[in-house]
Design a protein around this ligand. Structure first.
Ligand code: HEC
Length: 153
């Protein structure tokens, strides 16, 4: 019994210590003049899906849930938001070159079709972010339409 008690205290103490390890959260910016949705190239239903399923990791408008502030979960959240924004940041969309937009649209269609995005770990706690076949199709069709628009410019 004594061993069990000590173990519990050690684990608790470690958990508390973890909370003091510095963790820098990617900044939240509410106003982004180069945001994809402001370009008008996004039908409303597509905008809604992107906002619900992608924007937490792929924009400057991340909504951090309460558990995002608790280590060690916080480290995973910070890593995913940093890497997500690094690959694709919808808040910076309109400052990209046409060539980069096309490349990303192609990757979006691929990731969505293959079910890699949104990340499965995310949809555990964000059920409404899951994409059914209808939503997947809406997104993929939009990427194709926008690619054609950009190529036709
Ligand atoms: C929980 C965070 C999270 C969510 C939500 C999310 N992503 Fe990602 N996404 C990432 C991370 C992290 C990476 C970088 C993966 C890597 O570096 O391995 C990434 C990478 C990507 C890439 C680039 C892949 C490549 O080959 O470079 C695309 C495209 C993408 N995501 C699209 C989406 C779309 C579209 C959605 C919404 C339907 C979405 N993601 C939702 C975290 C997320």
């Amino acid at each position: 019994m004594k061993i069990l008690k000590i173990t519990v205290w050690v684990v608790l103490a470690l958990f508390v210590i973890l909370q003091f390890i510095p963790n820098t959260y990617p900044e939240i910016k509410k106003s982004n003049e180069h945001d994809l949705i402001l370009t008008g190239d996004v039908p409303e239903e597509v905008a809604l899906i992107l906002k619900t399923s992608c924007y937490d990791c792929h924009s400057n408008e991340t909504r951090y849930p309460w558990y995002a502030y608790i280590a060690p979960i916080s480290w995973l959240v910070v890593r995913d938001v940093k890497n997500g924004r690094g690959d694709l940041n919808f808040s910076e969309w309109d400052s990209l070159k046409s060539r980069d937009k096309i490349k990303l649209l192609d990757e979006i269609a691929e990731e969505v079709e293959e079910g890699n995005m949104p990340m499965p770990i995310y949809t555990i706690t964000h059920g409404d972010a899951s994409l059914d076949d209808v939503k997947k199709q809406i997104l993929v069709k939009w990427t194709e339409d926008l690619m054609n628009d950009i190529l036709g410019e």
